[in-house]
Design a protein around this ligand. Structure first.
Ligand SMILES: [Zn+2]
Length: 56
């Protein structure tokens, strides 16, 4: 049994809105490029990881 840990960075294509994990980009040569439409402008978004942060 193995668990896959996602690095945590997710990009969103500004053109088609596809969510592209940095892991996927690495698999495709490390280029910042939408894996759906091929557009090269992606913005970084927060990963869908719920983290508990103690309120101060
Ligand atoms: Zn796209």
């Amino acid at each position: 049994m193995s668990e896959k840990t996602v690095a945590g960075i997710v990009y969103e294509c500004v053109r088609c809105g596809a969510k592209v994990p940095s892991e996927e980009l690495e698999l495709r040569g490390g280029e910042i490029k939408c894996i759906v439409c091929g557009y090269r402008i992606l913005k970084k978004i927060k990963p869908p990881i719920v983290k508990r942060v103690p309120a101060e």
